[in-house]
Write a protein that binds this ligand. Structure first.
Ligand SMILES: [Fe+2]
Length: 414
């Protein structure tokens, strides 16, 4: 019996071997640099300078493979090897099979990626948001499984991924391995990532030099000209505006000027979500004898960025860093405005130990808050409405907010 049990265990391990083990990869992840309706960036990381730079890909159902040559870089100061294959000119809302190095044998079903729809007329779009992802690998993987079960089009992380502080490469490896083995949906589809920067991607946490102080963020993820702030436009129906809350770029100055221009250029985009790490309307980290809103970074965000969002209109802002769950009241010009205020959703508690939220009645800006691990699941529809749900690690929905319009009404605050 004992031998039979051992044999069964060995068979189980072989059948369930994670992808990373099967292909000797540390990580495999999908990102976007340009329009997700027609492009894809396939990234893979391993330990070997001499391994293949070739990506094979084909539309699902096609018999012939196309090949692409990935850019190869060393993720210094580690010896991790990253390959990055940029695919362009793809068809919208289409499944593509892909493989690394060589075509899989006939018995192996290849992995799949899917481009985003051209518009929302044929189907809605679902994405998941969270941040502060990995205190321990176990917590990270547990919430990843909850996210993957929702079958989202992509996952949007607002910083503080591996808690590597620009230094601890072993945590980067653990994060990549964990993500790789928990981000494949039931139909072999690898769920893409959109990743913002947080303090724990940076040596010293704030005012880091690029790329020196954030080598793993800039070495592993898509960025634009060595800036972590950028906009990602999904056709004309969605823009994600990723921002850097003083980790490697100051809030005021160049970044704010860029944001002003980015908001102006995206006045006609249907949905628009700013995404950033440190919150404007947080739940903890109050300076001594003061409240969370008195933190200098929060003040700077409210001074420089919030007026631009109020002026142009947003769908909701995703905030992180405080390791709690919160939904703000609708806020405009520094006070509650139920009719046309902005909604702030946070506060980054994917896979970390939750902290403590303000006592009931002591934080005017909070509609609800709990010290709780969670993710946000966002469903966008063609008619400009959206449903945003908060789920716990068991997959239970514990809060729902409906957007009646895609963005708040553009209006210059007084
Ligand atoms: Fe943080």
């Amino acid at each position: 019996m004992r031998w039979r049990d051992m044999l069964r265990t060995v068979c189980w391990l072989l059948c369930c071997a994670p992808l990373s083990a099967a292909q000797d990869l540390v990580g495999l992840y999908l990102e976007w640099e340009r329009d997700p309706t027609t492009t894809m960036v396939v990234n893979w990381v391993d330990l070997y300078p001499e391994s293949s730079n070739t990506l094979l890909w084909r539309k699902e159902g096609a018999s012939e493979w196309s090949t692409a040559t990935a850019a190869h870089s060393v993720v210094a100061p580690s010896s991790l090897q990253r390959r990055q294959a940029h695919l362009t000119g793809l068809e919208a809302d289409t499944r593509y099979e892909f493989a690394i190095g060589k075509a899989p044998d006939a018995k192996t079903q290849p992995l799949v990626f899917r481009t985003m729809p051209k518009d929302l007329s044929t189907r809605g779009l679902r994405f998941v948001n969270g941040g502060d992802t990995m205190a321990t690998r176990e917590r990270f993987e547990a919430m990843n499984r909850c996210s993957t079960a929702l079958d989202p089009d992509f996952v949007l992380f607002g910083g503080d991924l591996a808690y590597e502080d620009g230094v601890k490469v072993s945590r980067v490896v653990a994060w990549l391995e964990a993500w790789t083995r928990t981000s494949v949906a039931k139909d072999r589809r690898v769920i893409p990532l959109v990743v913002g920067i947080g303090n724990h991607e940076v040596r010293g946490h704030f005012q880091g030099k690029v790329p020196h102080d954030a080598p793993y963020y800039y070495g592993l993820h898509v960025h634009e000209n060595w800036r972590a702030y950028r906009a990602l436009d999904f056709g004309s129906y969605l823009s994600l505006v990723l921002l850097d809350t003083n980790h490697t770029a100051p809030i005021e100055g160049e970044q704010t000027a860029w944001l002003a221009s980015a908001m102006e250029q995206r006045a006609n985009q249907q949905f628009l979500f700013p995404v950033y790490h440190y919150p404007a309307y947080g739940t903890t980290k109050a300076p001594k004898d003061l409240g969370p809103l008195d933190a200098p970074l929060s003040i700077a965000i409210r001074k420089h960025w919030v007026p631009l969002w109020e002026q142009h209109g947003i769908s909701a802002a995703f905030e992180h860093d405080h390791h709690n769950w919160k939904r703000s009241h609708r806020i405009r010009a520094g006070q509650r405005d139920d009719a046309n205020g902005l909604l702030y959703l946070g506060d980054g508690s994917w896979g970390v130990l939750p902290r403590k939220v303000p006592e009931n009645g002591t934080a005017w800006w909070l509609a609800k808050a709990e010290a709780k691990n969670h993710l946000w699941c966002v469903d966008l529809r063609a008619n400009g409405t959206a449903t945003i749900r908060a789920l716990d690690v068991e997959g239970q929905v514990f809060d729902t907010v409906e957007l009646a319009t895609a963005r708040t009404q553009p209006k210059r605050s007084e």
